[in-house]
Write a new protein. Sequence first.
Length: 439
Amino acid sequence: MNPKHFLFVSADAALITDLAWQVEKEGHHVKLYIEAESDREIGDGFVPKTDDWRAQVEWADVIVFDDIWVGSDIGTGAFAQELREQGKAVVGGTPNTDRLEEDRGFAMDVLEEHGVDTIEDRVFHDFDDAIEFVKRNPASYVIKPLGEVQNVKRLLYVGNEDDGSDVIDVLQAYKKAWGHRMKGFQLQRKVDGVEVAVCGFFDGERFVDQVNINFEHKKLFPGNIGPSTGEMGTSMFWCGRNELFEATLGKLEEWLAAEGYVGSIDLNCIVNDRGINPLEFTPRFGYPTITLQQESFESPTGQFFYELAHGENPTLDVHRGYQIGVRVVLPPFPFTDETAYQENSRNAAVVFKTDDREGIHIEDAKNVDGQWRVAGENGMPLVVTGKGETMQDAREQAYTRIDDIVIPNMYYRDDIGERWIDGDGDRLQAWGYLGPNDE
């Protein structure tokens, strides 16, 4: 493919830098826009920047939005829809697909309208009403904030007590601490099983044949304990349109085509021997999921997204095996503490023991005269990936690469991928969700 012009737009925080860097390394012309002032140094020295993305629209052959948020509101879907109406090729959502993430009640309605069973849930806008509901209907529940505060991942709470008493305690605490910001939240009945996400790329009319199955690791510490984070690591593999896909995202193909959606869409689920229970959508790239996905692409990344944005039903060749990605972080992640960040992390040097950079991907990083440094203010400089014929092979490669990195005070989970090895894989196979669809 001849070099194309790619405009990457971060209308809030910088998230898409590594993908932009990969496309630029393939010989394409790239410009990256970052709205958040605190993040604008991210990617310096790695990718060319612009301070006015709208001024670059005519220049671009493809415009890529990285998230649904514009500040504290959803909005990139409206931008993408507007640009498509002008004839531009865009990777991004629509106002309705943005709502899938922002409004979980709407998301469950869409699933039910298309024949996908959902977990019992209820949306509340008043803490006292929710507390009374749990008292009248004692059970284990999951608290999921809605709107802008859903990005504060540590607010998601998974109940442990059968009578819901711990959920009541948490709701009372949230009322005092977050009542002024948490304008709504969802209570979802807790379901036991294997947590697994099914992800596909949609070109405006249809899904690309390759289906991505991934497993998120949201808690801060190994063993899945500690506060929730955006993500500490991901394990995954690619397959065909299996039962898990056809019973979930496959049922939404016509709806997504009517919307004109283009890009990655992910549905996280809990599955067990009784069925599939959708939890939440990610109607955009996931992070660090997209980093790990593009590491496993065997097709050129830029060509794939060019063809996807132009509705050309692209062919995607991928690594046949297993992949893991590990997020390397620094204090005070996942919390916000300016003093801790200044003392421990700001502008810290990223040192490598060898010259090998295979599997090393940037998040909150910059390149200053050849020296990689920590950038931004979130403490998430790197994602390190590994691939292999088995999940254990992928783990060994990723963690060997991490051993080559030196950043003072860095930390990471050392158990990414172990859940698959310890039984999740066997359970999913036994329940029939990963084999071919027989319908």
